[in-house]
Design a protein around this ligand. Structure first.
Ligand code: SF4
Length: 368
């Protein structure tokens, strides 16, 4: 069995580590690119959402490298993610590139079925080995998230344009290259040191923007035209609403691990505007938007793929959050026609607006 999985940002780093700990032969698809997208677009239904098209492209490219089995998450609820795997498998079969699929459904649906599938993946490995592999992958996901957060803070303050990007790539490679616990702890230390070498202006006043929306478009830079880098280079610091390790903690570990944003708190914040699950991360988008406004962030950017149903619901509610809590928002919808130049123009205008708003607020005499 030669396994592969869809790309979603830096998820390949912890996932490859975890699967290799289980003794599997792992084929990581090439990073998503225009070729990946055109393969996906060619073979997928026109109105499928962008992540499905990129997944199909990833699997075709991984198949060309020898992968024969796809491991991916399943889903449920009122959006299309629940039948992604079935559609993707049918598409690959139709075009003569059939692969086996192992679909891991959320643990609250059918725990016995999930455990059987995990055993199928892990072969003769014991449950203790599986636990250690998951733990190691999770620790890598934490290290990757720490690197992403550091890059968000440094990019708008860097003195040499591009220095943060270089440090970011170096730090990720350090985490990716290690396969032991000692090595990982040492790599995490070195990754922190790499960022301390980036020269910054710590006194620079930067605006802060909260990034909310659909998980895949938030995490996969190819699908969002490298939005995080663009916003950082425009001089704004990002706070992203979803990190991989947080998602794992909230959805697979029941939110038991301390230190992360808890899904129940986010949903409670959304309650005045949206009281029930609408699929995907629609409810979280509203909840985090409220929390960002309360925390005094300057603006919100909502990001999602064209036709994404949960985020369309959230998009219709965000103007109320914006006007009630005084936080401007910008919605960007991504599909295969999206171009970086168009997005950059809109981001520049939005960042300008936020800077002007902040300047005006600073000139107002304080009351009381
Ligand atoms: S959350 Fe949106 S993009 Fe993701 S599967 Fe559902 S509809 Fe598609």
């Amino acid at each position: 069995m030669r396994v592969t999985f869809p790309h979603m940002g830096n998820m390949y780093i912890p996932l490859r580590a975890m699967l290799q700990c289980l003794g599997l032969d792992v084929v990581v698809p090439p990073p998503s690119s225009k070729k990946t997208l055109s393969l996906g677009v060619k073979h997928s239904p026109e109105f499928a959402c962008l992540p499905l098209k990129l997944n199909v492209g990833n699997f075709i490219e991984a198949g060309e490298l020898g992968a024969d089995t796809v491991i991916m998450a399943g889903g449920c609820g009122p959006c299309r993610f629940g039948y992604y795997a079935q559609i993707e498998q049918a598409i690959l079969k139709d075009i003569g590139r059939a692969m086996d699929f192992i679909v891991l459904e959320p643990p609250d649906r059918n725990i016995a079925e999930l455990l059987t599938k995990i055993k199928r993946i892990a072969g003769k490995k014991s449950w203790w080995d599986i636990f250690q592999a998951v733990r190691f992958g999770y620790r890598k996901a934490k290290a990757v998230d720490e690197i992403e957060r550091a890059s968000f803070r440094l990019r708008p303050r860097e003195l040499v344009v591009g220095a943060t990007d270089a440090a970011y790539r170096k730090a990720l490679a350090l985490i990716d290259d290690t396969c032991t616990w000692d090595g990982l702890n040492c790599a995490a230390e070195k990754a922190r040191a790499v960022f301390t070498e980036v020269a910054i202006d710590d006194q620079r006043q930067v605006i802060k923007v909260g990034l909310v929306g659909e998980i895949y478009t938030l995490l996969e830079p190819f699908s969002n035209q490298n939005l995080e880098r663009c916003v950082g280079h425009l001089g704004a610091e990002i706070d992203r609403s979803i990190y991989l390790s947080e998602w794992v903690n909230n959805h697979l570990f029941g939110g038991l691990l301390k230190g992360d944003r808890k899904r129940k708190d986010v949903c409670a914040a959304a309650h005045p505007y949206l009281r029930h699950f609408v699929g995907g991360h629609g409810q979280e988008t509203i909840g985090t938007a409220v929390l960002y406004a309360r925390a005094g962030l300057d603006g919100l950017i909502q990001l999602f793929p064209f036709t994404c149903m949960p985020e369309i619901v959230a998009e219709s509610i965000l103007p109320d959050v914006s006007s009630d809590l005084g936080i401007p928002s910008l919605t960007l919808i991504m599909d295969e026609q999206s171009g970086e130049a168009g997005m950059l123009t809109r981001l520049e205008a939005f960042v300008d607006l936020l800077e002007q708003k902040r300047e005006i607020a600073m000139q107002q005499p304080s009351v009381g």
